[in-house]
Design a protein around this ligand. Sequence first.
Ligand code: ADP
Ligand code: MG
Length: 351
Amino acid sequence: MKDEKKQPTASHTGQSRSEFDFIAALRQRVGPADKQSLIEGIGDDAAVIRHTASKETVITADLLVEDIDFRRTTTPPYLLGHKALAVSLSDIAAMGSRPLWSLITIGMPEDIWQTDFADRLYDGVIDLANRYGVQLIGGDTSRTTENIVIDSIVVGECTAGISVKRNGARAGDQIFVTGLLGAAAAGLRLIERGAHLAEQNLADDDSQKLDHVLLRQLRPEPRVGWGIVLGEEQLATSMIDLSDGLSSDLNHLCQASGVGARIESSLLPIDQRVAELCGRRALDPLQLALHGGEDFELLFTVKPENVARLPRRVDGVEIKRIGEVTSAPEGVKISEGSRVWDLKPGGWKHF
Ligand code: ADP
Ligand code: MG
């Protein structure tokens, strides 16, 4: 979850600064990747390092902080462990690469440490790791004064030269997304209004829909299979995972590639269960799909001549074409019939 009440704070200079400005400044300080051993440094979903002529290593880190990224009272530890690993697997998938190893670092207050919380958390980590042949190889354990923090590092690999960056989109490429959008954000809003997972034996049709939406928030499924196929088959020209929200992440991808984009609202694969549950609760499925975040689907671009080579589904997950890459001056737009708007980044910001 992402707590929307913790919005911009002023820095010591008195001006608010975004996470993206901070990361851009870091990139400047460390300089560009040398492209010999460091293929990609700060700025993409993961860093890429070349060790041998044939393979590259791909590394990503993600931090989950209690009361910012999740709440102890609404997130069972098993699902928290799952999510900590899942968000990093998603970044490796977004590089078109295969995950291999995981390092998990935990910090928690003494009272939580004395319960079985950490054991259940690692049940979630290890079950997901086993599903994808990922091995837990290390981490660190420490105490905090109040909040639980979990840092997840995943190391993966790909054939040298084929990792998929955010910067490869070109005008005319077709824009695709895996899976369905909007349910993770809907799930967060419903959790904040007091919804919780149903007892399994009580699950009627409506509570099954509710559970589906809540689990999209609490138990995201990284698109590991799609990431590997799109990378190894060299089908995607650029890719990013949808962590901040489609509007923000499409803007990140377009900025990195120096292009514009036009997506069509009627093509967006909005999760039907969001529409069914949210209509009654005054939540707008289109807004959730565009700006909600945490769907952890893959957003990628494909050259028109390669579209026919795309598999229909991988691991039971389908893809949907949602628009086309345009030139930079055309900006990032969304159309509905003949009406066209700017698609401004409206997703999650940490600061
Ligand atoms: P994602 O949402 O895909 O995990 P982020 O927006 O967190 O990506 O990070 C974007 C890029 O900035 C990544 O390359 C990441 O490694 C880098 N980055 C983020 N925070 C830091 C930091 N504190 N120090 C160095 N690099 C960072
Ligand atoms: Mg990412």
